[in-house]
Design a protein around this ligand. Sequence first.
Ligand SMILES: NC(=O)c1ccc[n+]([C@@H]2O[C@H](COP(=O)([O-])OP(=O)(O)OC[C@H]3O[C@@H](n4cnc5c(N)ncnc54)[C@H](OP(=O)(O)O)[C@@H]3O)[C@@H](O)[C@H]2O)c1
Length: 323
Amino acid sequence: MQLAIIGLGRMGANMARRLVRAGHTVHVYNRSQAKTREVEKDGAKGFFSIRELIGSLKAPRIVWLMLPAGDTTGQILSQAAGFLSAGDIIIEGGNSYYKDDIRRAAEFSAKGIFYLDAGISGGIWGLKNGYATMVGGARAAFDTAEPIFKSLAPAGGYMYCGASGSGHFVKMTHNAIEYGMMESLAEGFELLRASPYGEKIDLKQVATTWNSASIVKSWLLELLINIFNDEGALEKTQGYVEDSGEARWAVKEAIDCGVSMEAITASLNKRFTSRQKDVFSSRILSALRHEFGGHMTAQEGEDVKTTSPGAGAAEHARPESRG
Ligand SMILES: NC(=O)c1ccc[n+]([C@@H]2O[C@H](COP(=O)([O-])OP(=O)(O)OC[C@H]3O[C@@H](n4cnc5c(N)ncnc54)[C@H](OP(=O)(O)O)[C@@H]3O)[C@@H](O)[C@H]2O)c1
């Protein structure tokens, strides 16, 4: 099939390559030209303006966007819309908020243009392993573009999810689950390291053993084994963790649906905490404990160590303790 891809970042470039390898005719555009030239080397046809790109396609045109979600995607969609006509198909493959999809699909539909929301997962390994692909929007447009989804995904790895927004809703839920799974792994390995066996225990071997045939065998563990291999005890990695929005949306949706989502909410909060040093709330906690119980603040007892809950409190309580 012929299609255009706008956005050749970590995802779009490899998706273009995978589609070229599968025999599709892939026309590409990227804001910075160097990336377009790179992907051209692998068989895509490069263009240097959106007008040129879309003008190069035969109708009905299929245009795939792989850009940062939000304003950037919105702006490029508006530009692209100027060159599209009734019957054309836009596929929004970034991590857009599903309510944006519903609104955009309605706007495009008024012009006879189909808008599909495609949640994609596979990261930088997708070129080799394929991309799990979750698509929402008009069924007819999905059917037309299906050969593209089939080539991007590994066998059995794509689906039509339903009405507009459903593809990104399913992807948002996937990403929220990912947060919880990652947090569980992180906490488990932290416990191992802090344990009486911590000095001696071979964390890479633990991950390898678990990943051989245990219940928590997973791709995340596989990645962790790679990390232990390449980075040892992660001395050079900062414990500052970004979030890209999907878990926030999922937590809000869960509240709206009355669904209790404790593990995922906790894992999202943990990411927020990871970015904070000496936060005001912790100072208030510390000061309050001092105020009611005479427990030492860090300034008073720089050697304060956290052991079991309560142990430090008992040790450092002052005689006038009231709490
Ligand atoms: N990375 C992942 O594992 C992953 C997985 C699934 C979904 N996604 C989603 O896929 C989308 C793309 O992710 P990515 O990881 O490929 O991002 P990326 O590597 O940061 O690439 C972003 C691309 O968007 C272009 N871009 C950025 N701002 C632009 C602007 N204002 N105008 C025009 N082009 C602009 C960049 O062009 P320049 O080269 O000129 O900067 C670049 O080609 C995002 O929505 C992301 O959430 C990512």
